[in-house]
Design a protein around this ligand. Structure first.
Ligand code: AHM
Ligand code: MG
Length: 336
């Protein structure tokens, strides 16, 4: 830690000076997300010691086996946000229905959240994450139908993710670049460690579940062959890195360059990942850092949500790499 280390609370307070009430409220919401992240970081660290590993026995709304840590993470995030009275409703990977929490006039935001990304890593001490987005409601005031508000593509106000790895890091954006804060456990605070992150424009990594290679459409297979060939104009071959946690794989691309993709296949025409609480928040972060995010065909942030747990294919990371992926899908790929 340098002497000039800036706490997240100070950073948010400075940003709030002279800003409107809604902007100041956003600082409160980010503070509460950071509080939830601290609690989760502690719980993930000691999960094996307090019986919090393994399955609950249920499936979540999108058909994944629910882990004890999934359920716990969801509760922690909801409690932290509910207390503020500033959020009208929450859509979460772990809840089938939209969770309405406040109908007060001052509930100017909606939250979409994946409380525990990469939950297949819980029991092997692998990296995990939390992904979130606060959406500005178009019609503040009593909340009658938050779900249709979300479908009307309300505006993104702040996004971020937390990565629980060797250290816990919180990355966030309010639409003016991306900053990163590392949790200092002794101080009990997130401290600014990554000021204005810029994503390198290309490589040297690609992240994808190659078990599905033969199920992907041919252009995606050709893309993999291209980036793993030494003669590729991108200076390949790219090295494969895949952790099973989107947050960890994107984090690497954001700092070191590269692309993560989870494309559609014959059995899953929209891929696996969810628009509202996985793809859109991370697309906003990637773009704010100078990167790019699309389905391979359409920009993620241009997609109007049709349902709460809607899935979309995702290619995200360095701008030149995602553009190259898009070129393959559109048949304009470089010739070998
Ligand atoms: P989750 O939120 O249930 O953990 O699912 C999302 C995760 C991503 O973090 C990860 O990249 C992907 O699913 C891994 O899926 P697969 O095991 O099919 O490769
Ligand atoms: Mg997830």
């Amino acid at each position: 830690m340098t002497q000039a280390a800036q706490a997240l609370s100070t950073y948010l307070m400075r940003q709030a000076v002279g800003r409107s009430v809604p902007e100041r409220e956003l600082a409160t919401l980010l503070t509460q997300m950071s509080f939830a992240a601290k609690v989760l970081a502690r719980e993930i660290r000691r999960a094996a010691l307090v019986g919090r590993l393994g399955l609950v026995g249920d499936q979540n709304p999108t058909g994944d086996a629910q882990k004890k840590l999934d359920v716990y993470s969801n509760e922690i995030v909801i409690n932290a946000i509910r207390e503020t009275g500033l959020v009208a409703a929450i859509v979460s990977e772990e809840m089938e229905e939209l969770h309405t929490i406040s109908c007060r006039d001052r509930a100017r935001y909606l939250l979409s959240v994946d409380p525990l990304d990469g939950s297949s890593n819980t029991d092997i001490n692998g990296a995990m994450g939390t992904i979130f987005a606060f959406w500005r409601r178009t019609h503040p005031g009593p909340c009658r139908d938050a779900e249709s508000e979300l479908h009307d593509a309300v505006e993104l106000a702040a996004t971020g993710y937390v990565m629980y790895g060797p250290s816990t890091i919180l990355i966030c954006s309010r639409g003016a670049g991306v900053d990163g804060f590392t949790l200092d456990h002794d101080v009990g605070e997130f401290l600014l460690s990554h000021d204005q992150i810029r994503c390198p424009s290309r490589g040297p990594y690609y992240s994808a579940n190659l078990a599905h290679l033969r199920e992907w459409e041919e252009p995606v297979q050709r893309f993999v062959a291209y980036v793993t060939t030494p003669s590729g104009e991108e200076g390949g071959p790219y090295s494969l890195r895949y952790t099973g946690a989107l947050v960890a794989d994107l984090h690497r691309s954001l700092l070191d360059g590269g692309i993560y993709f989870y494309p559609r296949d014959a059995g899953n025409p929209n891929g696996k990942l969810r628009l509202l609480y996985e793809c859109a928040p991370l697309a906003h972060i990637a773009e704010q850092a100078g990167g790019r995010a699309s389905t391979g065909r359409d920009r993620i942030l241009d997609i109007r949500p049709e349902s709460l747990h809607q899935r979309v294919p995702l290619a995200i990371g360095s701008s030149a790499d995602v553009q190259l992926f898009e070129r393959f899908l559109s048949g304009r790929q470089p010739q070998p």
